[in-house]
Ligand binder design. Structure first.
Ligand code: HEM
Length: 392
């Protein structure tokens, strides 16, 4: 392999396009390059019409950073910051070393790293634009027990990859460049099963053991495009991201028997099929009755309540599990970092959440404790930066 030639070591460290494993092999001199399909070498393009991380199949690890602008940060600062952060992200996601990286070896395993930026209302305001009407705190819901420590923010950076060291390093590099302009408001980390532990395309399971994410528009489909991408102004080809930190009462869930668990959602735990039968991706029959004359999928079941008759009232879900150290005297602090993308939060997410707020048996074991809404600007070309449509 050409990559094993020793002369390019320095150039590789400085990041001019060398993939991580190629560099490791050159330094070692004897090491075999990894197989072409090694998960660590896999990259997702950073540049493009849409930001990476929205169409990307969910990676195993994600860290969300919500940052607040420092007082006095202005539009020119925003431009400088977003240029810097976009450059960092462009390099890191390709397994290249960003400028001023003091741990360059950590940058060499991209593992499908994506960095996705979202703007809160404060940032859009600072840029001198009126935020879209849906870019604000969500209306209050009866189920909410929100902790301000997990709400809102001016700038969101979502860092996701199939490897946790890659995520930690990317977070560190991005924060180094963001810190002159921002301070941390909150961070949250989540996970799914490690890549390679299940066949590709397997729908994730949440910590209740449920298959979660079955009914979701397929990335790249016309349906997905219609539901997700904004069409106008600086947000054209961008979208919105709703983040809800939802605590899940695993101890309470333990006390519920399996039929009760399945009825609360309307799907089986085994293969995620609707209670009316078939396989995971078969359509539920919401009219079917059991021998007692009740609907097989109960009126309070999550999937009945979450589904609207209006096909425009749909969202794309891409959630992560969290499992944090429990508070004193408890044995778990677990749940879901629920994330959904939609072109319009008020028309798509809010009506669903309203219905679930009115009736959803799952509410007995789930409690939203954090909430934030961000506008996700479109992607950019190699010479551009994320946010240019707002800031130029
Ligand atoms: C479906 C779990 C919160 C919207 C489902 C399914 C599960 C599930 C197991 C069935 C499989 C699937 O299609 O994914 C949960 C849990 C939650 C939660 C454990 C909280 C911790 C939410 C929230 C929303 C939501 C906050 C939106 C406001 C939906 C939708 C579906 C769904 C739209 C698909 C319904 C359909 O079949 O048309 N959820 N969910 N879920 N959930 Fe949730």
């Amino acid at each position: 392999r050409q990559l094993l030639g020793g002369a390019a070591i320095g150039a590789g460290i400085l990041g001019a396009g060398a993939g991580g494993f190629g560099l490791a092999a050159r330094r070692d001199g004897t090491a075999e390059p990894p197989p072409e399909d090694a998960y660590g070498t896999a990259t997702v393009p950073f540049h493009g019409k849409h930001q990476a991380g929205i169409l990307t199949t969910g990676q195993a690890h994600a860290t969300l950073l919500a940052l607040d602008l420092r007082p006095g940060t202005g539009r020119d600062d925003l431009r400088r910051m977003m240029r810097l952060l976009s450059q960092d992200a462009a390099r890191l996601t390709q397994g290249e070393v960003p400028l001023a990286d003091s741990e360059p070896e950590l940058a060499l395993v991209p593992a499908r790293l994506t960095v996705t930026f979202g703007f809160g209302p404060g940032l859009v305001d600072t840029a001198g634009q009126a935020p879209p009407s849906w870019l604000a705190a969500l209306p209050g819901f009866g189920v909410d027990r929100l902790d301000p420590a997990y709400c809102d923010g001016d700038l969101l950076i979502e860092v996701a990859a199939d490897d946790p060291v890659t995520v930690a390093h990317a977070v560190r590099m991005l924060l180094k460049d963001a810190r002159a302009f921002t301070g941390i408001r909150w961070t949250q980390s989540g996970f799914r099963r490690a890549r390679g532990t299940e066949p590709g395309g397997t729908t994730m399971r949440n910590l209740f053991g449920q298959i979660d994410g079955t009914v979701n528009p397929a990335p790249g489909s016309e349906d997905f495009d219609q539901l997700v991408w904004c069409r106008e102004g600086w947000l054209a080809d961008g979208t919105s991201l709703v983040i809800r930190r939802i605590h899940m009462d695993l101890e309470g869930w333990d006390r519920l028997d399996r039929p009760g668990r399945e009825q609360s959602v309307g799907r089986t735990l085994g293969n995620g099929a609707p209670l009316t039968g078939g396989n995971e991706h078969d359509e539920p029959d919401f009219e079917a009755l059991n021998a007692q004359g009740f609907t097989v999928i109960p009126p309070f079941a999550h999937i009945r309540r979450a589904r609207s008759e209006n096909p425009r009232e749909r969202i794309v879900r891409r959630s992560y599990n969290y499992d944090d150290p429990p508070p004193a005297g408890q044995i778990s602090d677990s749940g879901m970092i629920f994330m959904s993308c939609q072109a319009d939060v008020d028309r798509q997410f809010v009506p669903i959440q309203r219905r679930l707020d009115e009736l959803d048996l799952l509410n007995q074991w789930t409690t939203p404790v954090g909430s934030a809404v961000f506008a996700v600007p479109p992607g950019c070309g190699a010479d551009g930066y994320i946010g240019e449509t707002l800031l130029e």
